[in-house]
Design a protein around this ligand. Structure first.
Ligand SMILES: [Zn+2]
Length: 69
């Protein structure tokens, strides 16, 4: 995988930390795990939301049964 140096626009390896053309420090690429972690976080948020909704639904259903008694 290649990318371009943000300073001289030359093609450099994606994991390069120093540009071989202009010798400037390259900010490291955001790791791919970042997107993965975000997806995991989103999944966890969704799951916890589903659990909360399920608990709420269960609570209301139980209360309805309790009230009809
Ligand atoms: Zn460069």
């Amino acid at each position: 995988m290649k990318r371009r140096c943000p300073y001289c626009k030359m093609k450099i390896p994606a994991d390069a930390t120093v540009c071989r053309y202009c010798q400037r420090d390259i900010p490291p690429l955001p790791p791919k795990t970042c997107g993965l972690a975000r997806g995991l976080l989103l999944t966890m948020a969704f799951a916890s939301g589903a659990v909360a909704a399920g608990l709420l639904y269960g609570y209301y259903r139980e209360r309805l049964i309790w009230e009809n008694r």
